[in-house]
Ligand binder design. Structure first.
Ligand SMILES: NC(=O)c1ccc[n+]([C@@H]2O[C@H](COP(=O)([O-])OP(=O)(O)OC[C@H]3O[C@@H](n4cnc5c(N)ncnc54)[C@H](OP(=O)(O)O)[C@@H]3O)[C@@H](O)[C@H]2O)c1
Length: 245
């Protein structure tokens, strides 16, 4: 990857892993367009990190996806990093709980958004040198946990989509690489107040950016590498380890 010839779009760049990736990519000399969902977070990011081009973008909204694609035309985008995501803790046996997102909203953000944005960006990406699409899924794509069934299903779905898309692009001889990055538990707003043994967003972002530079199809970040080995030897053991986390 020639970073100085790279224009990266990073969704969900205002906070957490996305923000750490934005900083690293800029440091390496890439041009970066980064997005956030709310204008407040985007304004703050703009102040903190003025070298990136910041845009408000809700990836669950089809009109906003079309607008983003239109804005990126002719801008030489060759690295699309689908990082934005939300996680709803949801116990289906409980009634009347206050959810931040319905199943439909969560799936629109975590799955439909990245899939449809990919579709709209493919005609542009296929004419770029060194084009790559990165899907940030999760170790939970390998084995789900009890407390967030929709999130885990979304991430497993995105993992499956990335595999089929990679095969389709190869079959059609379109020169676009596909990478899936699977972070473990990372210390961000998404995991605030829960979980143990978290790695920092900077560490996760560093491993993802190194994996992209190395042209890896799959990047198993931190403990996800061990989970992958376990899930290959014994899928049942991997599921038993993860289900109550
Ligand atoms: N943290 C973990 O332990 C962990 C583990 C495995 C995988 N992951 C995955 O890694 C990615 C980043 O997670 P994170 O923990 O860094 O998240 P985070 O700190 O909660 O930040 C989420 C980012 O996504 C943006 N966003 C939220 N809803 C959006 C929407 N509807 N459309 C577009 N952007 C939206 C947010 O924008 P605003 O700032 O404007 O709200 C923010 O930039 C996610 O895909 C997550 O599933 C995280």
């Amino acid at each position: 990857m020639n970073w100085t010839q790279t224009h990266a779009v990073v969704t969900g760049g205002t906070r957490g892993i996305g923000r750490a990736m934005v900083d690293l990519l800029l440091e390496k000399g890439a041009a970066v367009t980064a997005t956030g969902r709310t204008s407040a977070s985007v304004e703050q990011a703009q102040q903190d990190c003025p070298r990136a081009n910041w845009l408000v973008f809700d990836q669950s909204d089809a009109n906003q996806r079309a607008e983003l694609v239109a804005r990126m035309q002719g801008k030489g985008v060759n690295l699309l990093i689908h990082n934005a995501g939300v996680q709803q803790l949801h116990d289906f046996t409980q009634h009347g709980e206050a959810l931040d997102f319905t199943t439909q909203q969560e799936t629109a953000i975590n799955f439909i958004g990245p899939v449809e944005l990919t579709q709209s960006m493919l005609p542009h990406l296929r004419h770029q040198a060194d084009a790559r699409i990165v899907f940030v899924t999760s170790g939970l794509a390998l084995a789900p946990k009890r407390s967030s069934p929709v999130y885990c299903a979304n991430k497993a779905g995105l993992r499956s989509f990335a595999k089929s898309l990679r095969a389709q692009l190869r079959h059609a001889q379109w020169p676009i690489a596909v990478t899936e990055a699977l972070p473990p538990l990372v210390d961000t707003d998404m995991t605030r107040g829960r979980g143990r043994g978290k790695i920092s967003a900077q560490s996760a972002a560093g491993q993802i950016v190194r994996g992209i530079a190395a042209g890896k199809p799959e990047i198993y970040v931190g403990a996800s590498a061990l989970l992958r080995v376990i899930s290959r030897i014994s899928p049942a053991l991997a599921e038993a380890i993860m289900i109550n986390r």
